[in-house]
Design a protein around this ligand. Structure first.
Ligand code: PEP
Length: 233
């Protein structure tokens, strides 16, 4: 059984969510399907698949205009929240420390954080991939609290239509698994994300320690998302 999580980013509509949920209601799979949609669509979900958000505040409540707390997300039916996505790190300056605070807030509200780590192209070119991944896990994943999911997303491959080699994905996931075990979090699911599509999903999910995928662009339309979900039963 794999975890297939979609990240709609700032795309979609209520109608698109209804259409996706109707389409997903008819497929046969033992995989866990999660849709992380913009905040405003969460309450429109019919709960036929697990719903997640794409960010959460580090604060519990108070004078933080525009922020949404983990308890608010849980209150409208979210079960998961992505934290530390590359775009949050890049456009909003989120550090590992902030990501860990967000993950902890999610855990305290009963949400499962999907914690993203991964290297930029610059870091890759300077041979720092493994260091960045190990640091990302050690500094972004809370050492206690409930269950988490970790997503390895090579930042240079997101939305780019390219993926690392199978060997590179295997090495990254094996390092993440090892780091999580050292933290007492052995067995944590580890997703691969960046340019996953119907044509590469099966191969990627056959790589050791790849427990599923986090999908951006190809999660927006049923015709693209369903082949990924059914790539492995
Ligand atoms: C993402 O943004 O999390 C992602 C994986 O995007 P894409 O699948 O479009 O590369």
């Amino acid at each position: 059984m794999k975890i297939i999580a979609g990240n709609w980013k700032m795309n979609g509509s209520r109608a698109a969510l209804v259409e996706m949920q109707d389409a997903l209601a008819n497929i046969e799979t033992e995989n866990t399907v999660i849709l992380c949609v913009p905040f405003v669509f969460i309450a429109a979900s019919n709960n036929s698949v697990a719903i997640g958000a794409q960010d959460v505040s580090v604060h519990d409540h108070g004078a933080f205009t525009g922020e949404i707390s983990a308890n608010m997300l849980a209150g409208i039916g979210a079960k998961y929240v992505i934290v530390g996505h590359s775009e949050r790190r890049m456009y909003h300056g989120e550090t590992n420390e902030i990501v860990k605070q967000k993950a902890s807030m999610a855990l305290s509200a009963g949400l499962t954080p999907i914690i993203c780590v991964g290297e930029t192209m610059e870091e890759r070119n300077s041979g720092k991939t493994m260091e960045i991944i190990e640091l990302g896990v050690r500094e972004s994943v809370p050492s206690n609290g409930g269950d988490v999911i970790v997503a390895y997303e090579p930042r240079w491959a997101i939305g780019a239509g390219i993926t690392p080699s199978d060997e590179d994905i295997a090495a990254a996931h094996s390092l993440i698994a090892e780091s999580l075990t050292k933290m007492g979090r052995g067995g944590t699911p580890i997703l691969y994300g960046a340019s996953v599509k119907g044509s590469n999903a099966k191969q990627i999910m056959s790589i050791p320690h790849v427990d599923g995928v986090l999908v951006g662009g190809a999660s927006l339309k049923p015709d693209d998302f369903i082949p990924i979900i059914t790539a492995t039963k």
